[in-house]
Design a protein around this ligand. Structure first.
Ligand SMILES: Cc1cc2nc3c(=O)[nH]c(=O)nc-3n(C[C@H](O)[C@H](O)[C@H](O)COP(=O)(O)O)c2cc1C
Length: 261
């Protein structure tokens, strides 16, 4: 038998898993309705979003898939009227913010790899003997290897050099290796959670609009956030006014975007 080392992810996760979670039956027509009726709403009516609904939708946002399950996001539901007025101003007073019943700022947290690595290791420790060794190895060894970039990303660039050499001969995971890469890493997962939030709002009977037309520096100061936290987008919520959607949904032909090889 060959003693060749297995690729790291296979080594970590294959076999021995006894956990079972059956896929639930879904009413696909209802899901399609949610997806198709989600529109970016620019004018909301006066109807409030129920507090418990908003909370439920935010909780559903947190169920989005995310890189290494490190949950590199934060959601600030701005409820204080004074702060809300400032946030509307920092969203350039656009109607999607001005007429909104609720406003949520989605924040990407590249630094959360470390915060949540610690939390995950604590969870793993709490499982005692039941904790899979592979999980401990992943969070204690692989996660720092992948996400620690070091001072001025020096460690990241050294890693990049090693990656380039290794990558000549075999498939090798390449990103992230610098600050910019960590930013992309955090924004990807945060954006998925944002979509969960917007679809959840629709499923609860509300509407939403994502906004990046905003002053991210001022919003960061409003929330008391410092680097490397980055504002991903602001999401407004409420129920659409009669003239709340600006026109029919426009998408270009599928052929430009869906490629089958
Ligand atoms: C990241 C992101 C930023 C956006 N920023 C704004 C914005 O600042 N203001 C706005 O009115 N719409 C904004 N939109 C909404 C888009 O214009 C909208 O999604 C697009 O026109 C497609 O329309 P639909 O969402 O109704 O399908 C943004 C959407 C995304 C995903």
């Amino acid at each position: 038998m060959s003693k060749e080392k297995k690729p790291i992810l296979n080594e970590l996760f294959e076999s021995r898993n006894k956990y079972k979670e059956l896929a639930e039956d879904i009413d696909k027509e209802e899901f399609i309705k949610v997806v198709k009726s989600r529109r970016s709403v620019r004018v909301y009516n006066e109807e409030p979003v129920k507090e418990q609904d908003m909370r439920a939708c935010l909780e559903l946002a947190l169920l989005a898939p995310n890189s290494s399950n490190l949950q590199q996001w934060e959601f600030y539901w701005v409820r204080n009227q004074e702060k809300k007025n400032k946030l509307i101003d920092y969203c350039l007073g656009q109607p999607a913010a001005k007429t909104a019943q609720e406003l949520v700022v989605a924040v990407a947290r590249p630094d959360f790899w470390k915060v949540n690595q610690k939390r995950m290791l604590e969870k793993i420790d709490a499982m005692g003997d039941k904790a899979p060794k592979s999980a401990r190895k992943y969070y204690s060894k692989i996660v720092p290897l992948a996400y620690r970039q070091g001072f001025f990303s020096i460690r990241g660039y050294l890693k990049k050099l090693a990656i380039e050499i290794r990558g000549i001969k075999k498939p090798t995971p390449r990103e992230p290796y610098n600050k910019k890469g960590m930013s992309v890493w955090a924004h990807k997962s945060t954006a998925l959670a944002c979509e969960n939030l917007m679809l959840s709002l629709r499923a609860y009977g509300y509407d939403s609009c994502p906004m990046e037309g905003m002053d991210s520096k001022r919003i960061k100061a409003l929330l008391g956030l410092k680097n490397p936290a980055e504002i991903s987008m602001v999401i407004s919520a409420g129920k659409r006014a009669e003239n709340g959607v600006y026109g029919k949904q426009v998408r270009f032909d599928n052929k430009y975007f869906i490629h089958e090889l």
